[in-house]
Design a protein around this ligand. Structure first.
Ligand SMILES: [Mg+2]
Length: 368
């Protein structure tokens, strides 16, 4: 099997409601779909979602880099030449992890289809379903409680609350959630680098009795000393997110004991292959892993869920990035949600049928 064609489609799918985190407010999925066609007529899909604050990439640069790289980098290549492709991607698209993710994902989709197996099966097949979580942006106290109540009513059991702009308000919101909604559900916090180490320790101490599963990335990604200090003193487990990108960055975190857990995102690490490496490295270091996402279409989310359901060391999933989009580029198959749990439709590779009319409909006019 050889790749004969590669196309990139920058898409923009609006969200139903804006989403505010410590560094920005998001109103749309700004993805880039990659379609690979092989000489047997099969097609593989992947997605890149560059986010400057997290992946360090500019969207227009990723688009141009992929478009320019694909003809020489992938046409005529056998998807099973994994090691050669990995080295080529790391050499040519070194600082573009989301671009590498799109390529890696589409190749896994093709390999799975060729073998008649899902990516989940190829990577490990640890489980059939996983408890889903839903993230809530930064908002007022009454709104936070109201939205969480609504989510619990819809069957969600795990809720991630975004914090990091205002310590007192964050503590008040979390206490109100537990006071109003009880303790029989799992609460995650994510500060998205919003605090100083001293503030993060203060927050963790103030919330130590509130049954918080973990606090994600309380301090700046580059401040590994600060993160290590928070991890040493916090009564609540600390998860590294923005600080974990590739395997080399995880080595530094493990060496220092800079976090209790890691949040792996395909867009940060370069796709399912590196995600597997990170999750296994974390396991060897005694650290739990979670799988997170950006605001992605269901193509990217389905890739993340295939990894999450494959590997035993994925203890939490945060794959809610497509729940709030106004439309879906997948016609059938892929990641499914029911009763607050996520699972995959049957099918080889990613198990998705992409609706190419929808892809055309949401093509981003600002990029092309
Ligand atoms: Mg996070």
């Amino acid at each position: 099997m050889l790749i004969t064609r590669a196309e990139v489609f920058p898409i923009k799918i609006p969200k139903k409601t804006a989403f505010k985190v410590a560094y920005a407010t998001r109103t749309a999925c700004l993805g880039m779909l990659l379609k690979l066609t092989a000489d047997d007529g099969r097609t593989g899909w992947g997605e890149a979602v560059p986010v400057a604050e997290i992946t360090g990439e500019q969207r227009a640069e990723v688009f141009r880099a992929l478009r320019d790289w694909l003809p020489g980098g992938l046409i005529g290549v056998d998807p099973f030449d994994r090691e050669e492709i990995r080295l080529r991607l790391e050499r040519d698209l070194a600082n573009m992890p989301s671009a590498r993710c799109a390529v890696d994902t589409a190749l896994w989709d093709l390999r799975g289809q060729t073998l008649g197996r899902s990516v989940r099966e190829l990577l490990g097949r640890a489980r059939e379903v996983h408890q889903a979580s839903m993230s809530m942006g930064i908002k007022g106290l009454a709104e936070t409680v109201g939205e969480a109540r609504n989510l619990l009513g819809r069957g969600f059991h795990d809720i991630k609350v975004k914090i990091g702009l205002d310590l007192e308000n964050d503590v008040a919101r979390v206490k109100a959630l537990r006071r109003e909604l009880g303790g029989n559900w799992r609460l995650y916090l994510d500060a998205n680098q919003g605090y100083s180490p001293a503030e993060a320790i203060k927050l963790a101490e103030a919330l130590s009795g509130e049954k918080v599963e973990f606090i994600e990335q309380p301090v700046k990604a580059a401040d590994l000393d600060g993160l290590t200090e928070v991890t040493r003193r916090s009564p609540i487990p600390i998860a590294a997110d923005e600080a974990v990108k590739d395997p080399a960055s995880l080595v530094r975190i493990i060496e220092r004991g800079a976090a209790h857990m890691i949040n792996v995102k395909l867009m940060k690490c370069g796709g399912p292959s590196n995600a597997e490496t990170l999750i296994r490295m974390a396991e060897a270091a005694g650290m739990k892993a979670m799988i997170g996402c950006m605001i992605e279409s269901r193509v990217g989310i389905t890739a993340g869920l295939n990894v999450a359901l494959a590997l035993a060391n994925v203890h939490y999933i945060d794959l809610d990035g497509a729940f709030d989009l106004v439309d879906d580029v997948i016609a059938t198959g892929g990641a499914q949600l029911a009763d607050g749990r996520q699972f995959l439709a049957e099918g080889p590779g990613l198990g998705i049928n992409v609706d190419e009319e929808k892809v055309k409909k949401y093509l981003d006019p600002d990029l092309n």
